[in-house]
Design a protein. Structure first.
Length: 269
């Protein structure tokens, strides 16, 4: 949450000053600041910023074995999608829930996931694309974390027009990212950040560009990656100033140069 300490209106002003074309808004940021959607829309318009909206992620799990948690999470997802539609967001980023333990029945997980996703699809409208994100491949409680998992979700909802959000750091290594791009049917949105991984050691994720060992320039040059309509920085930056934001944007543009026609999008607000 790069701009977590600021209102969304303040974040939009700073990101525009740093040269970004768009911003990804976390649902929790809307809840935290309480800014009315029309005011956020006006701020984005004044800053000439497009947006995407990220589904809720803090203490939520749409596939939880705890029925109360699952229901609250479902409601928060629907409210976030409604905000995305009202903001005319390009993309609504969707997290597919997770298991609590290895004892959770997978068939129950998939049933809950499909139920929530079907409801979101029924509510979707306009140009906002629901894009399913690959989760952290080194976390055993995650299920939809590979190309195979994403393909299963897309196949179960064929005809719904779902997209794919490719998160580079969640795949930990350059080789896993390359394999993902070869096996995935489409890429609509990119969460771009570095990762530092050495065999036998825990991975460090969401690093700033160049601080890890992912071949980001090589990965972004892949033909599947070039299909994405928008690229979002997901690098950890704590309340950065305009100059720091502009420097990170320059790093992203160096990676994208000559290989990508999408928008350069600012880090999560």
């Amino acid at each position: 949450m790069v701009m977590w300490r600021r209102t969304l209106a303040e974040a939009a002003e700073a990101l525009a000053a740093a040269g970004f074309d768009a911003v990804e808004i976390w649902a929790e940021h809307l809840l935290k600041t309480g800014e009315p959607i029309p005011a956020v829309s006006d701020a984005l318009g004044s800053a000439s910023l497009a947006c995407t909206v990220h589904c809720p992620i803090i203490d939520v799990n749409i596939c939880s074995a705890n029925a109360a948690i699952a229901e609250t999470s479902r409601r928060l997802y629907l409210e976030a999608l409604e905000a995305a539609l009202r903001l005319e967001a390009l993309v609504f980023v969707f997290h597919a829930g997770n298991l609590f333990s290895s004892f959770d029945p997978l068939e129950q997980y998939w049933s809950r996931l499909d139920e929530v996703l079907e409801e979101l699809v029924r509510h979707a409208a306009g140009e906002t694309l629901i894009a399913v994100e690959n989760m952290e491949i080194d976390q055993p409680q995650e299920v939809v974390k590979s190309a195979a998992g994403i393909r299963r979700v897309l196949a179960a909802h064929a005809g719904a027009g779902l997209g794919v959000c490719w998160d580079t750091t969640h795949l930990v290594s350059a080789e896993a990212n390359r394999r993902f791009l070869e096996e995935i049917p489409r890429v609509d949105h990119v969460h771009l950040s570095d990762a530092l991984f050495h065999e036998g050691a825990p991975a460090r994720k969401h690093l700033r560009l160049g601080q890890g060992n992912l071949d980001l320039a090589g990965l972004i040059a892949h033909p599947r990656a070039r299909e994405a309509r928008i690229v979002s920085l997901e690098t950890v930056m704590i309340d950065p100033g305009v100059a720091e934001l502009a420097a990170e944007r320059a790093g992203m543009e160096a990676i994208l140069a000559g290989t990508h026609q999408g928008k350069a999008e600012g880090g999560d607000a």
